[in-house]
Design a binder for this molecule. Structure first.
Ligand code: HEM
Length: 85
């Protein structure tokens, strides 16, 4: 595939690939929200993949919308590393 110089291809991952980034099996800690996967590995609030009883390595869209005391703006400081298939 040819990619124009000014474009970046965002990799895609399956649910199973995301599940490996749960903070237990590998060092990477990833969380999906509305189809985007964020790398929260450097967050002190997501150590070992756990955040107030919520686990990384999965799509947490519904959980954030239902349970979180904050909005999705918390992702502003984190890079999108991929898109969830
Ligand atoms: C019971 C549910 C939850 C509680 C009590 C909670 C609490 C908090 C608190 C206190 C903070 C730091 C202050 C703030 O930014 O408001 C925070 C940050 C954050 N939360 Fe949650 N949260 C919950 C659910 C979730 C869910 C389901 C997600 C993922 C979709 C999420 C993702 C984040 C992220 C990415 C941050 C930023 C972490 C950082 O800046 O290091 N939270 N949360």
């Amino acid at each position: 595939m040819t990619v124009p110089e000014n474009q970046t291809v965002i990799p895609t991952y399956t649910k199973n690939q995301l599940a490996l980034r749960n903070g237990q099996d590998r060092d990477e800690i990833w969380v999906a929200y509305q189809g985007q996967i964020y790398d929260v590995s450097r967050s002190r609030l997501w150590r070992r993949g756990n955040h107030y009883e919520h686990w990384a390595g999965q799509d947490l869209t519904a959980e954030l919308d239902k349970d979180a005391p904050h909005t999705a703006n918390v992702f502003d400081n984190f890079a999108v590393v991929g898109q969830l298939l």
